[in-house]
Design a protein around this ligand. Structure first.
Ligand code: ZN
Length: 319
């Protein structure tokens, strides 16, 4: 089996982390500072990919020295066959399936949805050891991003019956170059420059500004990991695979432009949800009124007009 590429590429994961960083409450920021000091979330957003793919121990900023561990491969995905009709409340069989594809056995944890739940739990546990919580934070920041990459939550069979592992085995020609469908999606947010740091921050700022003008209440609450996986699955099933089949794998010049709105929305949703999860885990449950006032002022979001429990209900009912 071909190894999966780095999801979204480092730029996408950094953008998601920067969006989350801009939204967390002051209480969450204080908890983060006591765990990782001055390190910001974007600095370690891709360490999980390096952990999986690396050949030598490396220093993950704010987290510590890590040794490569390929057994974490299954944690970046949930492979749901596009021929199926899953529901957010019943993704467990697909977690089991993903675990077995990667020769793993913990069907509650060995997929991206299971990992988000499991790492969130460790991060939330104030009595857990700091190094374990730092690792949980590192994984959570990365996996929330992966769950929003459509091809991390879908697969289909190739003509010979093997899985395509989310487009990792589907050949594509883009601008005259041969590559795999999965890689196209990882790299769709091209920053068009080698000066990546500047461009990543500029894109994050642009998306943060865009989010401020949206009603994002429907994105948060409920089971955000399962919701993210279901949305990703639907985009792969209804948009990405049909477009691939229509093109016969030869992508038109404007493919990237056509898909870019989807990519940006997935990055925005991932960033908003990651921020909400961090507030849940580290913000002491409900943040103080002063905190939420500050946060609203900071993000220029309108104050919620209805109590939070009603917002959660609305989030659950949105489909
Ligand atoms: Zn990944």
């Amino acid at each position: 089996m071909t190894g999966p590429a780095a999801a979204w590429g480092p730029e996408g994961h950094a953008v998601i982390a920067l969006i989350a960083q801009s939204r967390i409450s002051p209480a969450t920021q204080r908890a983060l500072s006591s765990l990782i000091g001055q390190t910001t979330l974007d600095q370690f957003a891709s360490c999980a990919d390096q952990l999986r793919d690396g050949k030598a121990p490396f220093v993950c900023p704010g987290i510590g020295q890590l040794s490569p561990d390929r057994t974490t491969s299954a944690w970046h995905f949930i492979n749901i066959p596009v021929s199926d009709d899953p529901s957010a409340s019943n993704l467990a069989p697909y977690c089991t399936r993903t675990a077995s594809q990667f020769n793993r056995t913990d069907s509650n944890k060995d997929c991206v949805v299971g990992q988000i739940g499991s790492q969130l739990k460790t991060l939330s546990d104030a009595s857990a050891a700091a190094p374990a919580r730092r690792m949980a934070l590192m994984f959570l920041v990365h996996f929330v991003g992966d769950a929003h990459q459509p091809l991390h939550c879908a697969e289909r069979n190739l003509p010979d019956g093997r899985s395509d592992y989310g487009g990792n085995e589907e050949a594509v020609t883009l601008n005259g170059s041969a590559m795999k469908l999965h890689y196209v999606w990882d790299d769709l947010i091209e920053t068009r420059s080698q000066a990546q740091d500047t461009d990543v921050k500029a894109l994050a700022r642009r998306l943060i500004h865009d989010i401020a003008g949206r009603d994002v209440r429907g994105w948060i609450g409920g089971n955000m990991a399962a919701d993210a996986a279901m949305e990703s699955f639907s985009i792969a099933k209804n948009t990405i695979y049909p477009a691939y089949d229509a093109d016969g794998g030869v992508m038109s010049q404007d493919y990237q432009a056509k898909m870019q709105p989807i990519v940006y929305q997935r990055l925005e949703m991932a960033g908003v949800r990651l921020g909400a999860m961090l507030d849940q885990a580290l913000g002491g449950g409900a943040s103080s009124p002063a905190d939420s006032q500050k946060r609203r002022a900071a993000s220029s979001m309108p104050a919620p007009r209805v109590p939070r429990d009603l917002l959660l209900q609305a989030a659950n009912l949105r489909r």
